[in-house]
Design a protein around this ligand. Sequence first.
Ligand SMILES: Cc1ncc(COP(=O)(O)O)c(C=O)c1O
Length: 358
Amino acid sequence: MSEKTLAREGIMELVLYIPGESGDENMVKLSSNENALGCSPMAQEAMGKAVSSVNEYPNPTSIEIRKELAKLHGLDAAQIVVSNGCDHILSMVAQAFLDEGEEVVAASPTFAAYATNTLILGGKMVKVPLKEHTHDLEAMAAAITEKTRLVYICNPNNPTGTIVTQQQADAFMEKVPQDCIVVFDEAYFEFSEDSDCASGMKYLREGRNVLVTKTFSKLYGLAGERIGYAMGPVELVNILQRVALPFPVGRVAQAGALAALKDRVFVENTLKSNAEARAFFYESFDKMGITYCPAHGNFIFADLGYPAPEVFERLKQKGYIVRPGHGWGYDTWQRITFGTKEQNEGLMEAIKSVLEEF
Ligand SMILES: Cc1ncc(COP(=O)(O)O)c(C=O)c1O
């Protein structure tokens, strides 16, 4: 029997998720927006200790983390749901709120999981092209119909790194009907130094039907532990809890995340290193006449001017793995995760030499 017959309708049309390439330990991996500084030493110590009790199931709702996050964000722990990476949170959002045939509005290109989860549930994805590499909120508002259940705003956006401002988001939110849930994916929010960068938290406090999702993978450097969360009104969080896994976050991940939240020094170091990397890339690309998007995340999206797959391969031969943009329709662009100072300088030399070869 072919896979097609066994699979649920539409499943075989889904495109397999291709993560950023890893290479081996000799390669510098700047393809998955991981934290160049590793993770907090306090988190490492806590995770080491937690290993001795992995024979016991973890706390089912990550209660200690929710309490700490509640303090951090000025919310109640009942407004927070923690799960196995923001990836799983996004899957829960679709499972909890989307009926077959209902519509989901998101930008294009943006983080792929919004579309994947929509299609798995039999929803219809309405993709609104970016305008000047940024969410076109006016067009997104115009794309909302009575069938729209969810709207995703990835701010800063992956892969472009661009943001929408709070004023733009205000104007957009005025047009969104109450029965439509707006998900602000703020995986990279803390990296933006722009005080105008829109956050869904404002609308959450106003009592709107919004969810704000965040992750421990980027700022806290815990991508390998898989832990992320959503914040929203209690009613929405209670619905999300219905589709929660029994024990979504392991003991080691919970211990690491809890300790990471208390290590403000690591967070400050990460943000400092990120800001320095951003300044370095801006300056270097400006000198080279290379176009790039404003980099509000921990990565920069740049037009290196030659076919993306080929530039990607040549950089790889020089020991650097980045993310080619052709899969997002940006045929000559690369998404580059900020590395350490040494990695960034090495990559820049590699880019210069690859561009000279063309
Ligand atoms: C915008 C965005 N949202 C969510 C995620 C998923 O985060 P997590 O590692 O917590 O699953 C990513 C990961 O790259 C991302 O870029």
